[in-house]
Design a protein around this ligand. Structure first.
Ligand code: ITT
Length: 185
């Protein structure tokens, strides 16, 4: 099977390729720009994205992810892409300066549209903490400042290990289950 992932994010793409190639699924990146609407949930953003992209493609998946920091009332959450571009990891660490409770949830919502069938979404989250300094050279985005185990950042673990515990890895596993249930795999 071949799955087209519509994304501009190379880091995400590497994770899809690692998680799905072991199942014999070929993943192809496609960059078609679409508007991420302002909404309260990742799922709403994804469902709207699917609506926009259906005119362009028949079968595809998209992924909207966000970092939800407890003490910041879920910020940057659905605004994560904008905040990464404007404040970056240093900006997030400044906002967290002096904050003791550093709990955060990394969340991922995947939207899947296959041919004429009803689109569906799957979501997963990975609890963790915001580190006090960026650590590690791997990964992308918020990876250097997020840790699932309180010590190592996502930028210090390889793609296979990240996929085994991360928001995206868990959401991909759910996607695979749904596709198997529908006999698409
Ligand atoms: P798309 O083209 O797929 O939309 P994007 O980079 O805009 O790519 P999102 O809106 O889903 O993707 O991501 C929001 C931000 O969160 C963005 O800056 C990402 O780099 C970052 N991000 C998403 N998943 C991440 C992960 O697993 N680790 C670190 N940062 C992540």
């Amino acid at each position: 099977m071949r799955l087209t992932v519509i994304t501009s994010n190379e880091g995400k793409m590497k994770e899809y390729a690692q998680a799905l190639s072991v199942l014999g699924i070929e993943v192809v990146q496609c960059r078609i720009p679409y508007t991420e609407i302002q909404a309260d949930t990742l799922e709403e953003v994804v469902l709207n994205g699917i609506e926009q992209l259906t005119a362009e493609r028949d079968s595809f998946i998209i992924d909207d992810s966000g970092l939800f920091i407890k003490k910041l009332n879920g910020f940057p959450g659905v605004y994560s892409a904008y905040v990464m571009k404007t404040l970056g990891n240093e900006g997030i660490l400044k906002l967290m300066d002096g904050v003791e409770n550093r709990e955060a949830n990394f969340c991922c919502c995947i939207g899947c549209k296959l041919g004429g069938k009803e689109p569906f979404t799957v979501s997963a989250a990975c609890p963790g903490v915001i580190l006090r300094h960026p650590i590690g050279k791997g990964g992308f985005g918020f990876d250097p400042i997020f840790s699932h185990d309180g010590t190592r950042s996502f930028a210090e673990i390889d793609t296979t290990e990240k996929n085994s515990i991360s928001h995206r890895g868990l959401a991909i596993a759910k996607l695979v289950e749904v596709l198997k249930g529908r006999r698409e795999l």
